[in-house]
Design a protein. Structure first.
Length: 283
């Protein structure tokens, strides 16, 4: 049921932010909406690693999931595997998050799963490690374009869809390197620091429209990307973890995303949930 305020839009089609006296009522309605059965979740960078684990966890929570990646073969393999366990609940679409039109098309495709867009996970990311004095401009730009601009596109596009339903949760997958930086990762650390700021700023802008934005700051995660990292660096990272072990993406990161997307997190926005075994204690 809509009222006069809900029916108004700006010239670009965006529903205006609620005034102070409307926010409480809208938040109550958003909370009621979040208690409905899970709708559709979109996960970028979902063909492997943390993204695949997140998709699996959200399927277990009852969502229909649209997988996205640039790696066609891995994406098809992941979709086939998950669809065998959750028939009719999984779709995939190739999308390069550096391209705004790809992201828009991805959001449109989410509705092919027959439910509202409830959760959008900006997970796609790359590494182009190197010492600052030797880092090329292209290595800097590629990481910024995927890890930061891609998440900006995802947040903007998902928010435009979600505000019309006055419900939705956008979750950015960050890193504790965004807090303290890593030698040899000036591009990656800067992008992840920017992602945390994007999370907080967009959460402030979208709260009055019923859309929550949060982030998970991952610590060292023992997955296939570790093979790209020198063993000495891995040992140094492990030594910084008070809990003395690397994170299991399915057990830790994915479950954090499931929580942030759920009604149990309905009063949480602009938060950064560190899942790092204590690596960033004190930051």
């Amino acid at each position: 049921m809509s009222n006069e305020t809900n029916s108004k839009t700006t010239d670009d089609g965006i529903i205006p932010e609620a005034g102070f006296h409307e926010i409480s009522d809208r938040n109550r309605r958003s909370s009621n909406a979040e208690s409905l059965p899970p709708g559709v979740a979109v996960v970028t960078g979902a063909a492997r690693g943390i993204g695949r684990a997140i998709a699996t966890e959200l399927l277990e929570a009852g969502y229909s999931v649209l997988l996205s990646d640039v790696d066609r073969d891995r994406l098809v393999s992941t979709e086939t595997n998950l669809a065998s366990r959750w028939p009719g609940k999984v779709r995939s679409r190739l999308a390069d998050v550096r391209r705004l039109q790809d992201v828009k098309d991805l959001a449109d495709a989410a509705y092919d799963l027959g439910a509202a867009l409830d959760v959008w996970v900006n997970n796609a990311g790359i590494l182009r490690d190197g010492l600052l004095l030797r880092m090329s401009e292209s290595d800097w730009d590629e990481v910024m374009d995927v890890n930061l601009k891609g998440s900006f596109y995802g947040t903007q596009v998902a928010a435009r869809k979600m505000i019309r339903a006055r419900r939705g949760s956008i979750i950015n997958i960050g890193s504790v390197s965004g807090y303290y930086g890593n030698a040899g990762q000036s591009n990656y650390s800067a992008a992840k620091a920017g992602l945390l700021a994007l999370t907080r700023s967009s959460a402030r802008e979208l709260a009055g429209r019923g859309v929550r934005v949060n982030a998970v700051a991952a610590g060292f995660v023992d997955n296939e990307f570790v093979s790209q990292v020198p063993r000495g660096v891995v040992e140094d990272l492990l030594s910084r973890i008070p809990l003395r072990h690397g994170g299991d993406p399915e057990q830790y990161i994915a479950r954090a995303v499931r929580f942030l997307g759920s009604a149990d997190a309905g009063f949480i926005t602009g938060a950064v949930l560190r899942v790092d075994g204590g690596m960033a204690i004190g930051f």
